[in-house]
Ligand binder design. Sequence first.
Ligand code: ZN
Length: 157
Amino acid sequence: MRHRAYAAAAAVPDPEIPCITVADLGILRSVDIVDGVAVAKVTPTYSGCPAVLAIELAVETALREEGFEARVERVMSPPWTTDWITPEGREKLAAYGIAPPAAASNSIRALFGETQVDCPKCGAPETERVSEFGSTACKALYRCTACREPFDYFKCI
Ligand SMILES: [Zn+2]
């Protein structure tokens, strides 16, 4: 029963990037059955991101559609980082034309406030940031100087 509840919650797509699920993003922490109620624990990606409420509602709705009494709890600690995105999630982001975040923990450049962003379309490392904010506040707009294609970069936090 717990497994079925988890599968229903895990399949919920991110409202901003519909190709990726909450499980791919790593924000679905757990689903447990507590006194007959499916309790999903979700950690928001970016605090203040308006998608947080939409995601919580979508997870609750998915559980109810599976026939569960459902509750979503927001877990703030430990905070989500882009390192939680699964390898499969990173592939989906790249396939969708969004540069997956560089792993913050192993990037020397991050120490200097620089981010190496490879073009998701042609793979070239020559890219430039056009705007701090892309299609949503969670992403930055970049452009590849090799193939001239603009793309969204999922910001590393
Ligand atoms: Zn390119």
